[in-house]
Ligand binder design. Structure first.
Ligand code: SF4
Length: 316
């Protein structure tokens, strides 16, 4: 393990989090509290297998809908992240050692939920030499072994502090979709994603395509953090130049008053305009709504993504 200069407390006050008055949450953001039987069953399977989910850690507004259908996004490598992104509700600190049995538990949960498509994400692990690339690969293999029909989508960290070759380990495990979120426009990185580098993240996705041109790549941003429309359009152009297939855009929601403030609530019509612009730029798949998250409706969207590629190939 690398020696990390990270404070030991689990919820340190993060920098750059202006705690000023928030705009009122509009009606299109409100969702019902989760109550369904399916929700309870999903929660039980997560608990039984001692799995952490980004759905809960991030306080996702879609948890009632997704979990009622068994769609939980599992977060591997612990619940403590080595980064301090100001939008993110996951605790920052020194993580525990990797749990070698976790890939097996993820695979067991996927089988028990009977998922056709699973999304697996993780915290950032800058303390590990390979950033957790091998653990990702093992998790993909374990799921594939137990549920060969299930398609696998991964949402990875940026592996910024690792040798470029670690990416190969993950790509070689052959997830169906490789997602890495750019999160915001480059002009806001210093206050929203201070430990990351915009062009590194973009290049990571471009390298995935170079390593395996058949692998679907996906990336997303949040809006409402203070970005301008031309900046969002520029991110779309950057993503297309890195050959990214699938774009997601969703509204940023402030998890607690200590996090980055919501600059504005982007209206559904503005989301539609972003969606239209993105289709025009040539993405194979676009999801842009206030409640869009990387993993929201990921299974249905994956089916559309696959169909869009087949159609494109048919036209070529
Ligand atoms: S959108 Fe993603 S993170 Fe949110 S509840 Fe659904 S699966 Fe979980």
């Amino acid at each position: 393990m690398r020696d990390l200069k990270i404070p030991a407390e689990r919820h340190p006050e993060k920098a750059n989090r202006p705690d000023s008055e928030q705009p009122r949450k509009p009606s299109w953001i409100r969702v019902k509290a989760p109550t369904s039987e399916g929700y309870r069953k999903t929660r039980e399977i997560m608990r039984e297998n001692r799995l952490v989910t980004v759905c809960e850690e991030a306080g996702c507004p879609n948890v009632g809908e997704c979990w009622s259908q068994g769609h939980a996004t599992m977060m591997i490598m612990g619940e403590i992240c080595t980064r301090g992104c100001t939008f993110c509700n996951v605790a920052t600190g020194r993580p525990d050692a990797l749990d070698v049995f976790e890939p097996g538990r993820v695979a067991h949960a996927v089988q028990k939920l009977g998922l056709k498509h699973v999304v697996i994400t993780s915290v950032d692990r800058d303390d590990l030499e390979d950033g957790g690339a091998d653990h990702f690969a093992q998790t993909i293999r374990a799921v594939r072994h137990r549920s060969p029909e299930t398609t696998i989508e991964i949402l990875t960290p940026d592996f910024l502090k690792c040798a470029p070759s670690v990416l190969e380990k993950v790509v070689e495990a052959r997830p169906d979709v490789f997602n890495h979120n750019l999160e915001t426009v480059p002009g806001l990185y210093h206050e929203v994603r201070p430990g990351a580098r915009y062009f590194h993240s973009l290049r990571l996705l471009q390298r995935v395509k170079e390593l395996d041109p058949t692998m679907f790549t996906k990336s997303g941003i949040m809006v409402g953090l203070g970005e301008e429309r031309p900046q969002v359009l520029q991110v779309m152009d950057d993503m297309r130049s890195a050959d990214i297939d699938f774009l997601t855009i969703g509204q940023y929601l402030q998890p607690t008053p200590k996090h980055h403030r919501v600059a504005d609530f982007v209206t559904p019509d503005q989301f539609k305009a972003y969606e239209k612009a993105a289709w025009g730029k040539g993405f194979l798949m676009v999801s842009a709504t206030p409640l869009t998250r990387s993993s929201y409706h990921a299974g249905d969207d994956f089916a559309r993504l696959r169909a869009a590629r087949l159609e494109k190939l048919g036209r070529a």
